[in-house]
Ligand binder design. Sequence first.
Ligand code: TYM
Length: 374
Amino acid sequence: MAEKDFIVTPWEVVGDVDYTELVKRFGTQEIDEALLARIKKHAPLHYMLRRKIFFSHRDLDWVLGEYEKGNKFFLYTGRGPSDDTHLGHLVPWIFTKYLQDSFGSKLYFQMTDDEKFLFKEKLSREETHSLAYENALDVIALGFDSKKTMIFADTDVIDFLYPHALEVAKKVTFSTAKAVFGFTNETNIGGIFFTSIQSVPAFIESIKQKKPVPCLIPHAIDQDPHFRITRDVAPKIGFPKPSSIHCKFLPSLKGSGKMSSSGSPDSMIYTTDSPEEVERKIMSAFTGGRDTIEEQKRLGGRPEICPIFSYYTFLFETDDEKLKEIEQQCRSGKLMCGEDKARLCERVKKFLAEHQKNREAARKQLSKFMAKKI
Ligand code: TYM
């Protein structure tokens, strides 16, 4: 890999991602001003749209057109339960809640315990299944509407998923799977089949209502390869192509790449972290600061490469004016990294105290959200 190059697949993000280049590589569309104006007709623009954190899509205009004609879309998103939830995962889920609230959409939330069993050498089926339920607590804690939300672990509802996954699998060749995901002869055969299971929830409402129902999938752009396949297969098996909307990655606290469950545990903050862990991780994070205080004052910091600034942008400063102020203070050299980190620590600790309380309360709500049958 050349020094400036990067890799984005559903299982790996390496290097500094150039999102303009990625849109070209994946063949998605950037969300432009016209599309933002169109969303604004229906809902106040979420800060993640205003800041282009959600920046790319496939056929979002089509799904909005259908909505405008009275043909409501449903939402579909998910999680691969390989570990505790980290703050990066919350980015698409917070946005999904905004879409549910704004458009009154039903949500199907897939927990791919099968995927994580197949792709993670060390995890047993029991562990990924139990993590699906632990991760679901984080979803519920964000306040989704239980009447409109169904969360399911694949192995609990496989009787529903499997016949439709077979329909998908029959239309995907090994050569396509290799080209899209980079599989090799060493990939286990379950992994090669898995994408068919991730396709099915995009069709759930069409299957249930026995007519084409539009689907919108919010996710970070690493999952796009799966849905490229789903969209290719959908019309061949009688379903509409799902639309999707993609976000960028909350970066690793260590500097480059996405915040990832396969990275070092100190490169990310889990929703279950204690205040001490949050403090240790943030205070030892990489920043866009200079080597000395003198240089920082003279040259200013570099928010564009700073994960601390990304944390404010993605999650911890939702007021645009205040965010601009932080950026200016940093660039002008008035703000030192230690001070900036200490302020972020307080915000993250406060957020997590509340989230952890809601997460515990969610245990009692699990049975309302977790389906054993679709
Ligand atoms: P998983 O568990 O890797 O990630 C869950 C969701 O979080 C997004 N994501 C991030 N977003 C922002 N910053 C980050 N650092 C970051 N890391 C991960 C992912 O894109 C995803 O939206 N196979 C999937 C589970 C799945 C799914 C879906 C995801 C099944 N069906 C439909 C999205 C949509 C997975 O392992 O996600």
